[in-house]
Ligand binder design. Structure first.
Ligand SMILES: [Zn+2]
Length: 300
């Protein structure tokens, strides 16, 4: 009750004296992107991340606290390409009309098409949304986030631009690091993943996504699809099936067992200790890919 009264009076005071406003409220859907936004905005912003650790981004359902954060937000950063459609739907009905929505997918120059679904049907214009796993695409995204923050927080301009340059530099460093690491992989550069999260990562680092188990999120693969994949694993010398902590490992484990290969857990979302930030998450995944493609990986 007291809290509610406090917020009501703050709302009145804050709108009467806009200078007394504190950090800018920003809402972001997924952790790796939220970390990049935080690094650029620094103390001038307060970031609320919608997905909790373990939540799958394709099927997320916001809690009441998330709804309040969405209501307060002055800036909302989405991944786009259909990943966070659930948020786009919410925004259409939200009363908060004064905020800026930044769709980072608008900076992706070479989006990857999702060619086929489970039944082999081609879906034109259906774009793979997992581009944040390519650090050089994220480097372009930094420019868009920077521009919008500069517009909303002109007094913070020097810090924001300094931070944005630093993040761009860190992303370049990370990219070189991953390239060097992946260069140690031999000729066998193929992998099978639970879902199509790694297409951009694979394109960037010269890896070959032989196939994915679940071609559309939340839908079990058909027996024909699984059998085809099993055949491909054997033919292409894939050494591991990659699964993700946001999905049940059951299907991946079954496929790996049948194919006689290992299971390696990779994580496109993070948000947990050890891979909370973008850079830790990417380094974690690069090492896991190395494990997945080397001869002596451990089964998880
Ligand atoms: Zn996904």
């Amino acid at each position: 009750m007291f809290r509610k009264l406090f917020f009501t009076s703050c709302a009145v005071i804050c709108s009467a004296f806009p200078a007394f406003s504190g950090p800018l409220n920003v809402t972001v859907t997924i952790h790796p992107v939220a970390d990049i936004v935080k690094r650029i905005g620094g103390d001038a912003i307060e970031v609320h991340t919608l997905l909790k650790p373990g939540d799958g981004p394709h099927t997320f359902e916001p809690a009441p606290s998330d709804m309040r954060a969405i209501g307060r937000a002055k800036m909302i950063v989405i991944v786009g390409f259909g990943l966070d459609t659930w948020l786009e739907k919410l925004l259409r009905t939200s009363q908060n009309k004064g905020r800026v929505i930044i769709d980072l997918s608008t900076i992706v120059k070479n989006p990857i098409d999702i060619a086929n679904d489970n039944d082999g049907h081609h879906h034109k214009g259906h774009i793979n949304p997992h581009y944040w796993l390519d650090p050089m695409i994220m480097k372009n995204a930094v420019g868009l986030i920077e521009r919008e923050l500069l517009r909303l927080l002109p007094k913070e301009a020097s810090n924001i631009s300094k931070n944005a340059s630093a993040v761009r530099g860190e992303l370049e460093k990370l990219d070189k690091e991953i390239k060097t690491l992946i260069a140690t992989v031999g000729n066998s550069r193929s992998f099978v993943a639970f879902h199509n999260s790694w297409s951009y990562f694979a394109r960037r680092y010269g890896l070959n996504e032989t196939g994915v188990l679940e071609t559309s999120p939340g839908r079990e693969p058909s027996a024909t699809h699984s059998t085809g994949l099993l055949r491909q694993i054997k033919k292409s010398g894939v050494k591991a099936v990659l699964t993700e902590p946001q999905f049940s490992p059951r299907l991946g484990k079954t496929l790996a067992k049948e194919a006689g290969v290992a299971v390696v857990i990779v994580d496109p979302i993070g948000g947990v200790a050890g891979r909370d930030g973008y850079f830790e998450l990417m380094r974690y995944n690069a090492k896991k890919f190395l494990d997945a493609m080397s001869e002596n990986q451990q089964n998880e």
